[in-house]
Design a binder for this molecule. Sequence first.
Ligand SMILES: Nc1nc2c(ncn2[C@@H]2O[C@H](COP(=O)(O)OP(=O)(O)OP(=O)(O)O)[C@@H](O)[C@H]2O)c(=O)[nH]1
Length: 699
Amino acid sequence: MAADDLQSVGKCCLRCKRPIFYGTCAKNTSVPLYIVNYTGWLLKRKEFIGNHRWQNTNDRLPSSRLHLSSSFRPSLVVWCCMREDSSIKREEQATKMISPQQIRNFCIIAHIDHGKSTLADRLLQLTNTVSNRDMKDQFLDSMDLERERGITIKLQTARMNYRAPDGNEYILNLIDTPGHVDFSYEVSRSLVACEGAILVVDASQGVEAQTLANVYLASESGLEIIPVLNKVDLPSAEPLRVKQEIEQMIGLDTSNCLEISAKTGKNVEKVLEYIVKYIPPPKDRSSFPLRALIFDSYYDAFRGVVVYFRVFDGILETGKKIRLMNSQKDFESVQVGVLAPHQVPVERLISGEVGYLVAGIKTVQDARVGDTITLAHQPADCALPGYKEAKPMVFCGLYPSDADQFEDLREALEKLKLNDSSLSYEPESSSAMGFGFRCGFLGLLHMEIVCERLSREYGLDLVTTSPSVGYYVYLHDNSSMLIQNPCELPEPHLVDYLEEPYVRLEIITPTEYVGPLMELTQSRRGIFQDMKYITATRTSLVYELPLAELVTNFFDLVKSRSRGYASMEYQWSGYRRGDLVKLEVAVNGEKVDALCSIVHRDKAYSIARALTERLKELIPRQQFRIPVQGMIGNRVIASEHIPALRKDVLAKCYGGDISRKKKLLKKQAEGKKRMKAIGKVDVPQEAFRAMLSLKQTED
Ligand SMILES: Nc1nc2c(ncn2[C@@H]2O[C@H](COP(=O)(O)OP(=O)(O)OP(=O)(O)O)[C@@H](O)[C@H]2O)c(=O)[nH]1
């Protein structure tokens, strides 16, 4: 019997909340119950007591996987999601009243690839939050891209129930954070929702740049930090050396530091004990007016915006009128729940708890991350401090390769933006590429991920212009403007000077690679700030570096010059004046706006030369000779020519008079001249990528 044959009785299974499809049951009478999966396979037989609970019966069917034939008519068939009893129990527990003393809110922070997500997996398994059957690697990384690349992009939340050795039950709210520097704003958002942080350090690598950056963030937020050495199963693990590094570089006591292997599970249960023991519970402020901080949100096509929040004061209940304090908009809380790690509705969440809210909010802009939720009829006096808004740092133009896809691209960007508020975009047009959008990203990885999602999830074929940064332009008339597209730079005679964004860059490297890395950083216009020998073998280098130099493949070069051992971290440090010029490229006398860039004057010549040489290879030959020129203003600083395709007009002249041949050649030359004057050269899309790849090979 296929599931489609089942008739709905209009009721839901009391435990798994899925509809019951066939059969009736009188109150308090016991009838056998057959649970089938979606295709009609019998999975389990249970006892159903009318109106309420289910009970397991010992009388099992001979085979647990018996295919139901059409003659088989059980007295009651339920369409059931077949979740294990333990998970149903957890949901029941989720709805029980708890006290803040039982709650621990913590996040896992670490340098990229030190094992945060793997540790989160083990914790979920140990607390039976996810059954072994449902478990998969990087369970919390739900996006396909995250799983394929093995990186965390978005922060993820999970609530776990844990019975400590002291016999008490605790609720542990875990937030898994991304490690890549582009997403560090996600880390700072998670920290505000927690009282403690597990600092994971790879025992085979030691303290890296992002480890330090995250520790600074966590201690700024006043979090209790528990250091944990991971990957001790690796033969290359050096726990003693790494502990020393933690003490010297971070200043944390490592006498009780746990040595774990998130992969094999060694000592992971001790991590749970440490969380309960060392991370303080949230303060009990349930009697105060409600204040809950939104730390994440996403758009769901059916339910509107789903908001993730942490209650700081008061109680948030289902069915109450709520107010978002910054946007000053009121909504009704339709559903409040916990993330276990799937969403489970509950009646109420008290101060200290982390959960989600559905309130019929239509746009993410109405429920911005960092806003405070309060009650409409009893609002709090002031909002919680919130967050600094994530500023896009890198910009690029996105153009559909097929002009008809422009509207599709707009729609796709709109949808992506609903779940990724750090993405910005506005329409722009280019004479070479038609209509498109100028988009702002947090960094190169963010840009790569957005482009990949656009092509994968929305089937768009895109042309991306080379990434650029925002510049402040000061004009002679004392006005100033911020430009995100190099083409917007006014004529050179109007411009007084330009300012470009700088970052404070910290590289941590084994000492033997200091030389090549300093050379690289200086070739990228880095300004030396500091150098420290952290331990006998490791050194920290601090530079101020123009962001524009960082976005062109700098990270890969750091990795290749240090054989993968160096790590880096950067923070926005402000704008500085620079000797910058607008480099334009003209093909057949026409400037191609999409190839325009702002570069440092000293590098303009070499970039222009390399670019024109590359374009010469990429632009197909035409019937006429095409000049390709690199220009600053009207001055040509590099030039190449693409030779014409030649038709042998003399082929038909067997012997013959020289004047006849000359006449034919002259006629051909005139034709080409005319063609050149009116002919249009199509610049292939690869040429636009040339600028990026060019800067990559330049070093
Ligand atoms: N041998 C060994 N490998 C581990 C251990 N923990 C994690 N790994 C491996 O290290 C790699 C990175 O682990 P992840 O858990 O994805 O690291 P992450 O810190 O979450 O990475 P991001 O989310 O990208 O920052 C994976 O290949 C894991 O299998 C461990 O204890 N031992």
